[in-house]
Design a protein around this ligand. Structure first.
Ligand SMILES: N[C@@H](CCC(=O)N[C@@H](CS)C(=O)NCC(=O)O)C(=O)O
Length: 346
């Protein structure tokens, strides 16, 4: 499915085109080393956000550099493409490290015959300019578990061995009905498939609401990959999915536990400080012309509501277990604070 066309079929997700694994011991062929890899993202994209949060919580910012593309994308050969622009901080419309304008150049450097989709996030090998992987879940997990020696002191265990089965079980439902469910709803080609997607989405959110009523985090007593996976959809929910993708049976703010849970995470270093609401709103409403032909970008809701007290400390648990919070966001990676956006309303 082309994201800028009127949907004619249900959204389908293909396996990652490239999935080389990078680990500290290099046992899959590629070895993690400082400065060697560049993470190309867009701030609107929930799948990219998963890797950005993980990178920051693990303290890999100095090791893996970050390249941010323009949320409006650019039409190249009829399709929207992720590009670097002056407007989003890339001088001369090129990424200063990779020297490319469009992410697809890194795919083509890897395979000149490549004619499949180009997606963010993408991990790129800096010396060769080759795309290494667009398997976002695998490289988020690898950053969390396989970059030992390069991660910061106090980095949390986001994927504890004894909890992995539970994290994956929750993750499968969240992926199908929530992370991908919002897309299945928004890009549904007909009423029947929209109804099915939206029903499943809200049934799953209702289940998460119940689960999170008496526990602070989804699995165990600390933040895990399960929370990162759910957060990235929740933080976009009212700003994009509720209106643009017609996920409007309820708003996030109408779920007492889920909303407080999402705010708790947002206010934890690594989550809110990697969320950029204007990029989220602009990307979805602007790029998906097939479902929003006027390209008018909705202005609300007011992001300042994300800073209101959540009271979740009373449930026990602690964000980082035996670890500590990451330090300040590196210079050059700062996103606006909720109060810094243009005020909403007349
Ligand atoms: N490639 C992955 C997920 C990553 C993904 O879908 N990223 C979106 C942005 S949120 C993307 O880059 N889509 C291609 C495009 O928008 O041109 C998959 O389909 O499982």
């Amino acid at each position: 499915m082309r994201a800028n066309r009127i949907p004619t079929e249900e959204i389908k997700r293909e396996p990652a085109a490239f999935d080389d694994r990078v680990t500290a011991d290099g046992r899959y062929g590629r070895t993690a080393e400082p400065g060697r890899y560049r993470l190309v993202i867009n701030r609107a994209c929930p799948w990219a956000h998963r890797t950005v949060i993980t990178r920051r919580l693990m303290g890999l910012e100095d090791t893996i550099s970050l390249a941010v593309t323009d949320p409006k994308q650019e039409i190249i050969d009829g399709d929207p493409h992720w590009v670097f622009t002056e407007e989003t901080g890339s001088p001369g419309d090129r990424d200063p490290v990779l020297g490319i304008h469009a992410l697809r150049e890194a795919y083509l450097a890897r395979d000149p015959e490549y004619d499949g989709g180009v997606s963010v996030p993408g991990l790129v090998d800096v010396p060769s300019g080759h795309l290494v992987s667009n398997d976002y879940d695998r490289f988020a997990l690898d950053m969390a578990t396989e970059w030992g020696g390069l991660t910061r002191e106090g980095a949390p265990d986001l994927y504890p061995e004894p909890l992995r089965d539970e994290i994956e079980e929750i993750g499968a439902g969240v992926y199908r009905d929530v992370n991908n469910g919002v897309y299945r709803s928004g890009f549904a080609p007909d009423q029947e498939r929209y109804d099915r997607a939206v029903d499943r989405l809200f049934a799953r959110l209702d289940e998460m609401e119940e689960r999170l009523t008496d526990r602070r985090y989804l699995v165990g007593d600390h933040i895990t990959m399960a929370d990162i996976r759910l957060f990235v959809t929740l933080v976009r929910f009212d700003a994009a999915y509720h209106g643009h993708f017609k996920c409007n049976i309820r708003k996030l703010i109408e779920y007492p536990a889920l909303w407080a849970y999402a705010r708790d995470l947002f206010q934890t270093p690594g989550f809110g400080d990697t969320t950029q609401f204007d990029h989220i709103r602009v990307h979805y409403y602007w790029v998906h012309e097939g479902i929003n032909p006027t390209r008018i970008v909705a202005r609300g809701p007011d992001p300042r509501q994300w800073l209101t007290p959540h009271g979740r400390e009373a449930l026990g648990g602690s964000p980082f277990g035996g670890g500590t919070a990451p330090g300040p966001v590196p210079a050059g990676e700062r996103v606006p604070e909720p109060g810094e956006y243009r005020p909403v309303g007349p």
